[in-house]
Design a protein around this ligand. Structure first.
Ligand SMILES: [Zn+2]
Ligand SMILES: [Zn+2]
Length: 87
């Protein structure tokens, strides 16, 4: 899956090419990160308290109540999720 590459003109440098878009990377691990976490992904609302992430803000809210509201009913700190576009 990560074996494709091409030689970019004119330097002949070997670049790894994403199967799903036209981005290229100089090393395989960067391509793998892109394909796993970036490529084709829609903006997400990540939970700041665990690894949960959802594409819907309402789902994040219900996740908070189910998972992170303490026994005393205290809510976690206010959260304004912003999707951060990786470099
Ligand atoms: Zn891609
Ligand atoms: Zn969470």
């Amino acid at each position: 899956m990560f074996s494709r590459y091409y030689f970019s003109a004119p330097s002949g440098e070997k670049r790894y090419l994403c199967d799903s878009c036209d981005r290229t990377y100089s090393n395989r691990s960067s391509l793998k990160r892109h394909m796993n976490y970036e490529c084709g992904k829609l903006p997400a609302f990540p939970c700041t308290l665990c690894s949960y992430a959802t594409k819907r803000k309402t789902s994040l809210a219900s996740h908070y109540y189910r998972k992170h509201v303490g026994e005393d009913g205290a809510l976690p700190p206010p959260h304004e999720p912003d999707y951060i576009v990786p470099e």
